[in-house]
Write a protein that binds this ligand. Sequence first.
Ligand SMILES: [Zn+2]
Ligand SMILES: [Zn+2]
Length: 114
Amino acid sequence: MSNFKKKFSVFAALALIFSFVVGMVPAQAQEMEAEIQPRAALCPDCNEGTMVKKDDVVILDWYTYGQQFCVHGYPYGVDLLQRRVCASVYECTFCGSQSRNEYTNTRVVCEGHR
Ligand SMILES: [Zn+2]
Ligand SMILES: [Zn+2]
Protein backbone atom coordinates (compact mmCIF):
# COMPACT_ATOMS: atom_id res chain seq x y z
CA MET A 1 0.00 0.00 0.00
CA SER A 2 2.75 2.39 0.96
CA ASN A 3 4.62 1.43 -2.19
CA PHE A 4 1.59 2.31 -4.26
CA LYS A 5 1.24 5.65 -2.48
CA LYS A 6 4.90 6.42 -3.16
CA LYS A 7 4.55 5.64 -6.86
CA PHE A 8 1.38 7.63 -7.03
CA SER A 9 2.95 10.70 -5.43
CA VAL A 10 5.89 10.53 -7.87
CA PHE A 11 3.44 10.29 -10.73
CA ALA A 12 1.48 13.22 -9.33
CA ALA A 13 4.65 15.27 -9.04
CA LEU A 14 5.62 14.42 -12.61
CA ALA A 15 2.15 15.28 -13.82
CA LEU A 16 2.35 18.59 -12.00
CA ILE A 17 5.74 19.42 -13.56
CA PHE A 18 4.50 18.34 -16.98
CA SER A 19 1.37 20.47 -16.80
CA PHE A 20 3.49 23.36 -15.59
CA VAL A 21 5.88 23.06 -18.52
CA VAL A 22 3.04 22.62 -21.03
CA GLY A 23 1.24 25.57 -19.50
CA MET A 24 4.33 27.75 -19.86
CA VAL A 25 4.93 27.19 -23.57
CA PRO A 26 1.86 29.02 -24.98
CA ALA A 27 2.40 31.89 -22.53
CA GLN A 28 5.94 32.37 -23.82
CA ALA A 29 4.82 32.12 -27.43
CA GLN A 30 2.19 34.79 -26.86
CA GLU A 31 4.72 37.11 -25.26
CA MET A 32 7.04 36.78 -28.24
CA GLU A 33 4.24 37.55 -30.71
CA ALA A 34 3.31 40.65 -28.72
CA GLU A 35 6.93 41.76 -28.89
CA ILE A 36 7.23 41.22 -32.64
CA GLN A 37 4.13 43.27 -33.50
CA PRO A 38 5.45 46.78 -32.63
CA ARG A 39 8.78 45.98 -34.32
CA ALA A 40 6.95 45.46 -37.62
CA ALA A 41 6.03 49.17 -37.63
CA LEU A 42 9.63 50.23 -37.04
CA CYS A 43 11.32 52.01 -39.93
CA PRO A 44 13.58 49.53 -41.79
CA ASP A 45 15.94 52.33 -42.85
CA CYS A 46 16.80 54.03 -39.58
CA ASN A 47 15.39 51.61 -36.99
CA GLU A 48 14.46 54.69 -34.92
CA GLY A 49 11.10 56.04 -36.08
CA THR A 50 7.83 54.25 -36.67
CA MET A 51 5.99 54.00 -39.97
CA VAL A 52 2.71 55.95 -39.79
CA LYS A 53 0.07 56.14 -42.51
CA LYS A 54 0.31 59.44 -44.34
CA ASP A 55 -1.75 59.19 -47.50
CA ASP A 56 -3.77 57.04 -49.87
CA VAL A 57 -2.88 57.32 -53.56
CA VAL A 58 -4.36 55.87 -56.74
CA ILE A 59 -1.75 53.99 -58.73
CA LEU A 60 -3.97 52.64 -61.50
CA ASP A 61 -7.42 54.19 -62.07
CA TRP A 62 -10.64 52.21 -62.62
CA TYR A 63 -10.42 49.73 -65.47
CA THR A 64 -12.78 47.02 -66.65
CA TYR A 65 -11.49 43.48 -66.22
CA GLY A 66 -14.70 41.58 -66.90
CA GLN A 67 -18.47 41.70 -67.16
CA GLN A 68 -21.49 39.77 -66.00
CA PHE A 69 -25.19 39.60 -66.80
CA CYS A 70 -26.91 42.46 -65.02
CA VAL A 71 -27.90 41.45 -61.52
CA HIS A 72 -30.08 44.56 -60.97
CA GLY A 73 -33.17 43.30 -62.74
CA TYR A 74 -32.65 44.79 -66.23
CA PRO A 75 -33.30 42.43 -69.16
CA TYR A 76 -30.59 43.99 -71.41
CA GLY A 77 -27.08 45.18 -70.81
CA VAL A 78 -24.32 43.98 -68.56
CA ASP A 79 -22.60 44.97 -65.37
CA LEU A 80 -18.99 45.96 -65.81
CA LEU A 81 -16.59 44.54 -63.26
CA GLN A 82 -13.96 47.15 -62.51
CA ARG A 83 -11.02 47.45 -60.26
CA ARG A 84 -8.36 49.97 -59.44
CA VAL A 85 -5.04 49.74 -57.67
CA CYS A 86 -4.34 52.03 -54.74
CA ALA A 87 -1.64 52.26 -52.12
CA SER A 88 -1.37 53.48 -48.59
CA VAL A 89 1.73 55.59 -48.09
CA TYR A 90 3.56 55.18 -44.82
CA GLU A 91 6.19 57.64 -43.65
CA CYS A 92 8.82 57.27 -40.99
CA THR A 93 8.44 59.72 -38.10
CA PHE A 94 12.20 59.97 -37.73
CA CYS A 95 13.96 59.99 -41.12
CA GLY A 96 11.01 60.57 -43.48
CA SER A 97 11.58 57.37 -45.45
CA GLN A 98 8.42 56.18 -47.23
CA SER A 99 6.96 52.81 -48.04
CA ARG A 100 3.81 51.79 -49.91
CA ASN A 101 1.28 49.11 -49.18
CA GLU A 102 -0.71 48.35 -52.35
CA TYR A 103 -4.30 47.16 -52.33
CA THR A 104 -7.10 46.71 -54.88
CA ASN A 105 -10.61 48.21 -54.93
CA THR A 106 -13.37 46.54 -56.90
CA ARG A 107 -16.77 47.83 -58.03
CA VAL A 108 -19.67 46.84 -60.26
CA VAL A 109 -20.90 49.42 -62.79
CA CYS A 110 -24.42 48.71 -63.97
CA GLU A 111 -25.02 49.25 -67.68
CA GLY A 112 -28.30 47.38 -67.69
CA HIS A 113 -31.36 48.80 -69.47
CA ARG A 114 -34.85 47.87 -70.63
ZN1 LIG B 1 13.24 56.01 -40.57
ZN1 LIG C 1 -26.91 45.93 -63.42
